[in-house]
Design a protein around this ligand. Structure first.
Ligand code: SF4
Length: 460
């Protein structure tokens, strides 16, 4: 009973968050920056922030995350961090030779009021930025937003700094990936390749955070979107932004800056959201959906048909990032499951509106909350009042799962105590099959555990 002090009785809270269902903005900015080829993320703040963000990403991806810091001391906290950042830019380009330094701020540098854009300009004027190299930035104070908004801000920064429109229109589609795993980014590229569609995927952490063991350490692995590709996004035919919370801002800016039309879609998690993604990709590229993808869909439908009785009516609690929870909720509803408690620490009005649009009139009661006070404590209280058959979320859900004895599936960010998420996609139809396999295994393991010997069947 690790969370034994969580009471069943719910009292309204206004200014207190207990066990947040989100993490720091800069973590998202750091993750997005790693999706650019030869980019070194830089944390403009104290060493502690950078160490925390790096270690969380390292623990999630089981890869050493490279990032630099302005290493604020008491002096820089009082007088500002300009001197530290200019020195850092000089050192980083001299020693590590990245093509880009992606600077994100922290609570401290934002509170001081450091103007990172002006500092980067000064560094260039002082000759600290070699020709053909870049310093980009995103503002990511952690007392607002979440890791998702940090990701969105850095992705928007990529457009802000690089996208250019020339007179030509290229036969390519921009896909803003959203915060998904390297495996998912690889899956998006596989789907586009099967359809014969040229895409620029950004950010793209495949072959960066799931790079193979070759015996040789590569400071900058071969993956990531290149600067040339980012520049070319301004000449693309269209942009598909996957996930409104993480990707829409970048697509909107690209439209405003270069006139590239955009469409915001849910992440292609589950059958309906994947259908919509393929339909949009097909319409914008004027390429048909190939037979191979249709057959993948058929296999997913086959599993649902075969195993429907095990999904039917099961109550589910889920928490995590809004861009994941919205299509996941839709998928669970498609399976005739009942998502009854849904929590996200990331703020934004459209989350609750979209969830209500999916669940209203389905014939069961549910709770949904996001933003401040939408925390793990509240989720636990809801579960105590209305128990569930399954819990989905990141590693931190294991405490609730253990205390309430609920089957638990790890998904989202961070997953610190399991592997697989970097390697096996949850996007697309094949990703849908993996989600189903996980749900069924969790439910059936529980069924096996609880079954009396007289009904301990080999055939389900
Ligand atoms: S909350 Fe602010 S101070 Fe704390 S680790 Fe995150 S960025 Fe740093």
């Amino acid at each position: 009973m690790l969370l034994r002090h969580t009471p069943k009785e719910i009292t309204e809270r206004k200014a207190l968050t207990i066990n947040p269902a989100k993490t720091c903005q800069p973590i998202g900015a750091m993750y997005a920056a790693l999706g650019i080829h030869k980019c070194l993320p830089h944390s403009h703040g104290s060493q502690g922030c950078c160490a925390y963000h790096r270690s969380t990403l390292t623990r999630h991806y089981k890869e050493p995350i490279m990032a630099a810091t302005s290493s604020f001391t008491e002096g820089s906290s009082v007088f500002g961090g300009q001197a530290n950042l200019v020195t850092a830019i000089d050192n980083i380009f001299t020693i590590y030779e990245p093509d880009i330094i992606a600077v994100h701020t922290t609570c401290l540098s934002e509170t001081i009021g450091d103007d990172v854009q002006q500092i980067a300009r000064k560094a260039r004027e002082d000759g600290k930025v070699p020709d053909g190299k870049f310093v980009i930035h995103a503002s990511t104070p952690s007392y607002v937003g979440s890791h998702v908004t940090g990701f969105a801000n850095m992705t928007k920064g990529m457009v802000d700094y690089f996208a250019k429109s020339t007179d030509k229109t290229l036969d390519q589609i921009n896909i803003v990936s959203g915060w998904v795993e390297p495996s998912d980014m690889r899956e998006i590229k596989r789907i586009a390749a099967l359809m014969g569609v040229n895409i620029v995927l950004f950010p793209d952490t495949s072959d960066v955070l799931d790079a193979p063991q070759t015996g040789t350490h590569e400071f900058f692995p071969k993956g990531g979107v290149t600067i040339e590709q980012l520049k070319s996004t301004g000449d693309s035919k269209a942009t598909l932004a996957l996930g409104a919370f993480a990707s829409k801002d970048a697509a909107k800016l690209l439209h405003a800056k270069c006139g590239v039309p955009y469409e915001t879609l849910e992440l292609p998690i589950g059958i309906s959201a994947t259908d919509r993604f393929l339909e949009s990709l097909s319409l914008t590229s004027e390429k048909p959906v190939p037979e191979e993808l249709t057959r993948e869909r058929g296999r997913l439908v086959d599993i649902i048909t075969d195993m429907h009785q095990y999904f039917y009516g099961k109550k589910v609690a889920l928490f995590g990032d809004p861009d994941h929870l919205i299509p996941l909720t839709e998928f669970l509803v498609n399976l005739d499951m009942q998502p009854v408690h849904i929590v996200s620490g990331t703020p934004g009005k459209r989350f609750e509106i979209q969830i209500r649009g999916l669940l209203d009139g389905r014939g069961f009661e549910y709770n949904v909350k996001n933003g401040p006070n939408a925390d793990m404590f509240r989720l636990h209280q809801w579960i105590k009042n209305e128990p569930v058959d399954l819990l989905l979320g990141n590693t931190y859900g294991k405490y609730i799962a253990r205390d309430e004895d609920i089957p638990f599936i790890r998904t989202g960010f961070p997953v610190l105590d399991r592997i697989g998420h970097s390697y096996f996609p949850v996007l697309g139809y094949t990703g849908g099959m993996l989600i189903l396999e996980k749900i069924l295994s969790a439910l059936m393991d529980r069924k096996d555990r609880n079954a009396p010997e007289t009904s301990f069947e080999l055939v389900m």
